[in-house]
Design a protein around this ligand. Structure first.
Ligand code: HEM
Length: 432
């Protein structure tokens, strides 16, 4: 997204006409708290607004047929409920006529992320095998090597104490290098891809900004031209990469993967993985520098990194929210959900549900059996979860081992986004 598109644009908070709250409460109404998430201040620190919504119950009604879920069990159940679907292309036709004229939106809606069974099952099965934990573990040495190369670069850029932007020079470069290698992009094109994919991913944060959507469409068109040329090249000279696999599948089994779906799969693999993982690494560094213990433990305790990564995912998840709609009557936590209802699932709030986690606002890497909902659950559970965990689990200990005196030179700055949320810049000094 970004996961890319983990939420339906029409689900983003719009300034609604506030109806009176259903349950009188001393704090803000659900509508007020939800609307606050659509403001710049709300995006900077959404957590108090999640608590204001939670005060109305784990399944709060925004208006009839429109629910906001902040409870852990409730989000988990909703993600696994086969009557609750993602918004697919047919759904968008009903919701937002005209969306098909935007190439950026068309690409994402041809991917597994925006599909329901049976299309979802078909699309996911094309690439699933390449992302299983055993296959991903095979990448360990390659990822360690890429990490060390980037750390060498950081050392050069930061020689003599010059500030280096951790996000631009490390956290965003590693995931894009890894996924680009898996897909089959040339190394020299990776930074271009990162910037293009970021521009396109903004389209999934809402229809709100027409200028941003136009930029996203232009970037998408440029990427489509690149993919088209690359696919033609791989047909002539096949390689052991995902572009070759997808191009072969499309040519030999067009019923399994049509051309739009081929483009959509490439786009979703590229965008779903890199911003999210970049934000995971960025948060990991920020949280370690704010506290004394984690950096030292990352350097010395071999099994600490995995627990540390799980707690970053829980405490500062890169994807804050996703959405579903009810294809048939169902219920969540005893609340009836009539067919046609739309649900906003606030994963970041579920991860701090006090019914699930003791002292949820405390960052504690020693939690056990944490299982945050940061990668979703059920049929759309993140395809790249093993890869993201491995990348962060390699990157963080190696970074702190290489630069034991790493310090922030100024405060990290959050990107002005809500759905996929993380640091835009984080200047650090690598040498004393
Ligand atoms: C920390 C990093 C990541 C986070 C927090 C994250 C989060 C998520 C979430 C929450 C979903 C489910 C959305 C929903 O159910 O509506 C998802 C789906 C997905 N993610 Fe990730 N993701 C990350 C990294 C990656 C990586 C590295 C890839 C690599 C290719 C990836 C590929 C995907 C794909 C393809 C889907 C769609 C799966 C489906 O619809 O069946 N993600 N991700």
């Amino acid at each position: 997204m970004s996961p890319p598109a983990t939420t339906a644009p029409a689900d983003l908070p719009a300034p609604p006409a506030p109806p009176p709250p259903r349950t009188p409460s001393p704090g803000p109404s659900v509508t007020e708290a939800f609307a606050a998430l659509g403001t710049a201040a709300g995006r900077q620190d959404p957590y108090p607004h999640y608590e204001a919504i939670r005060a109305h119950g784990p399944v709060a009604e925004l208006r009839p047929g429109r629910l906001v879920l902040t409870g852990y069990e409730d989000c988990d159940r909703a993600l696994r409920d086969t009557r609750l679907l993602v918004q697919d292309a047919a759904g968008y036709d009903a919701l937002s006529p005209g969306w098909r004229s935007h190439s950026s939106l068309r690409a994402f809606t041809s991917s597994m992320l925006y599909s329901n069974p049976p299309d979802h099952t078909r699309l996911r099965s094309v690439v699933n095998f390449a992302f299983t934990p055993p296959r991903i573990r095979e990448l360990h040495a390659v990822i360690a090597e890429m990490t060390d190369k980037l750390l060498d670069r950081m050392a050069r850029l930061g020689a003599g104490g010059a500030p280096v932007d951790l996000i631009a020079e490390f956290a965003s470069r590693l995931p894009v290098a890894v996924i680009s290698t898996m897909i089959g992009f040339a190394e020299e094109d990776q930074v271009w891809f990162r910037d293009m994919a970021s521009t396109v991913a903004v389209s999934t944060d809402g229809f709100g900004d027409p200028a941003a959507l136009e930029r996203a469409d232009r970037a998408m068109d440029e990427m489509t031209a690149y993919f088209t040329e690359l696919i033609a090249r791989r047909r002539r000279e096949p390689r052991d990469d995902l572009v070759t696999l997808l191009a072969d599948t499309h040519r030999e089994h067009p019923d399994t993967l049509d051309r739009d779906e081929l483009m959509g799969t490439l786009m979703v693999l590229l965008t779903a993985g890199f911003e999210t993982t970049s934000f995971l690494i960025g948060h990991g560094v920020m949280l370690a520098l704010e506290r004394a213990a984690p950096a030292a433990r990352l350097r010395t305790e071999t099994d600490f990194a995995a627990r540390y990564v799980e707690e970053i995912l829980r405490y500062e998840p890169p994807v804050h929210v996703t959405s579903r709609w009810a294809a048939a009557d169902t219920e969540v936590a005893g609340v009836p959900v009539p067919a046609g209802s739309r649900l906003t699932l606030v994963l970041a709030a579920a991860n701090r549900d006090p019914r699930r986690y003791a002292d949820p606002d405390r960052f504690d890497p020693d939690r056990t059996a944490s299982r945050p909902l940061s990668f979703g659950a059920g049929g759309h559970f993140c395809l790249g979860a093993p890869l993201a965990r491995l990348e962060a689990g390699i990157a963080l200990p190696r970074l702190f081992a290489r630069f034991p005196h790493l310090t922030a030179t100024s405060a990290p700055v959050y990107r002005d986004r809500w759905v996929v949320r993380g640091l835009d810049t984080f200047p650090v000094a690598v040498a004393p």
